[in-house]
Ligand binder design. Structure first.
Ligand code: AMP
Ligand code: ZN
Length: 488
């Protein structure tokens, strides 16, 4: 069977295209976190998504150099990208230094991405370490005549770019208008954005650098252009981020980078965007506060990889609703997968299609591998890979060796640690007493129904109830005094 061509949805042009790397290693940049608060569950989606891209490239034996930046300066509170910095606002709110805030929330980000089994990036540059380069970049733009200076700083003149906004899928006029209600005195067009944010008279910033445009701080968009070009070269293959970036941040990154490079080539070839994770039909937002974090899920008894499985159960370009029922179902699926896979251990490693093919021993496994390759190649169809894996685990025609190859291949792309995760870890620390009252009552009811079914000698129903309890992580022990249960 032949390999499938990797095809990805490119937001630039809004179509699915063949992905062929233009350099070795292929350059990939993912807009990273702004480290002024804990990342919430929605913030994890772009990194699980970027990780899926990484795993797909590895599967196709494409080397990649991956950069994720850490925004520790420059991201303004206002959409206009002027005025107060999110980092400084957080420092004032928490009465800590900006450095403390950055270190603390950067560590929180790394904790979460590690727990989600995300492959480490090759580099995690911090914006604050690149300010001199950002000043040089902005000075170059000024020399090219695409900027203007007003009291609040140096601005990029978007009217100088005939293709401004080509990436955005929404109507830029309306969208940007809505995003930028704040008035900036002297700004020529509402889409113009700050390259340099000058200090307001009488308001000394905590993070401040000297520049040709006065003491101040860089604009947010600048850092990604400057750091990606510094670390990946003038042009590179892939740039990722959440869909909100497609409308504004990436639009501005492209405008300033292409004005800087001025070589008539598109700056980055593939722009990939994940859709939002929603909570009750609204986007989970960091600035609004109160959005659940990975630590909250763990505390409630869910494994981080159950959250990963929940994300991968939807295509990255679909909006996804976070609900208790959905995360319960993901935890149950992970538990079922592990129960079925554990007897197959030790599993071989098969990070690439070629490795997996070498391990495969029978036609059923060959077909499963081909379906997995087709699914990842079709714009990263992770739900389909999960389905192929589940079908293979039920397929009587597949040999144990073939099944091992299939599981290893699926997991190389899904990253669920299926080879090593201990099923007992799934419910670690969950005591019966910690369960919410309604969950406990629901379990008690299922146990009572099962006892009734057994008394009625309705074995099919009793088995079905046992499976249901199993899915909830409930272990039943039948004793002469009747059944008892505990959480595994
Ligand atoms: P931030 O730390 O706020 O700069 O955001 C980090 C990343 O999370 C960006 O790529 C955002 O586009 C993305 N993001 C923010 N909220 C959500 C959400 N609810 N669902 C998915 N991605 C999100
Ligand atoms: Zn960025």
């Amino acid at each position: 069977m032949s390999d499938h061509q990797l095809r990805l949805y490119n937001s630039l042009g809004s179509r699915i295209e063949d992905f062929v790397p233009e350099s070795n290693p292929s350059g990939m940049y993912s807009c990273g976190p702004t480290v002024y608060a804990f990342p919430h569950l929605g913030n994890m989606r772009p990194y699980v998504f970027a990780d899926t891209v990484r795993r797909a490239l590895r599967w196709k034996r494409i080397n990649v150099h991956h950069v994720i930046n850490i925004t520790d300066v420059g991201h303004a509170v206002a959409d206009t990208n002027t005025g107060e910095d999110k980092m400084e606002a957080a420092a004032a709110r928490e009465r800590r230094s900006v450095q403390d805030i950055a270190e603390f929330y950067t560590a929180a980000f790394f904790n979460d991405i590690n727990a989600l089994n995300i492959l480490p990036a090759d580099e995690y540059p911090r914006a604050s370490a690149y300010v001199p380069e950002m000043i040089e970049f902005a000075a170059e733009l000024q020399e090219r005549g695409v900027t203007y200076q007003i009291p609040s700083g140096l601005y990029f003149d978007t009217a100088k770019d005939p293709n401004y906004g080509a990436l955005a899928h929404m109507d830029t006029e309306g969208q940007l208008e809505a995003a930028r209600v704040e008035q900036v005195a002297g700004r020529r067009h509402k889409t113009d954005f700050a390259l340099w944010r000058a200090e307001e008279p009488g308001r000394r910033r905590v993070m401040r650098w000297d520049s040709p445009w006065g003491c101040g701080a860089p604009g947010w968009h600048l850092e990604c252009s400057v750091m990606s070009i510094a670390l990946l070269g003038r042009h590179f293959d892939i740039h990722t981020g959440g869909v909100d970036h497609r409308e504004l941040h990436h639009v501005n990154e492209i405008a300033q980078s292409q004005a800087y490079l001025c070589d008539g080539l598109p700056w980055v070839r593939f722009w990939l965007h994940n859709e939002f994770l929603q909570l009750g039909a609204e986007k989970m937002a960091k600035s609004a506060g109160g959005a659940p974090r990975l630590a909250d899920l763990v505390e409630a008894g869910y494994h981080p990889l159950a959250f990963r499985l929940f994300l991968l159960g939807a295509h990255y370009r679909s909006q996804l609703d976070f609900t208790t029922a959905a995360i319960d179902a993901a935890q149950a699926t992970l538990r079922r997968l592990l129960a079925r896979i554990q007897p197959l251990r030790p599993l071989p490693a098969a990070d690439t299609l070629a490795d997996a093919r070498r391990l495969q021993t029978d036609p059923a496994a060959a077909s499963a591998l081909d379906q997995i390759d087709a699914a990842i190649s079709a714009d990263l169809n992770t739900p389909k890979i999960l389905a192929v894996l589940q079908d293979a685990l039920r397929d009587p025609a597949i040999t144990p060796a073939g099944l091992r190859a299939t599981v290893a291949a699926a997991d190389a792309l899904l990253g669920l640690s299926l080879a090593t995760l201990d099923p007992d870890d799934l419910d670690k620390g969950r005591a019966k007493e910690d369960l919410p009252a309604e969950d406990r009552q629901a379990i008690e009811r299922l146990v009572a129904d099962r006892t009734q079914a057994r008394n009625d000698k309705d074995w099919a129903r009793a088995d079905q109830l046992r499976t249901e309890l199993d899915d909830r992580g409930v272990q039943i022990t039948d004793t002469p005094q009747g059944p008892t249960w505990h959480l595994r």
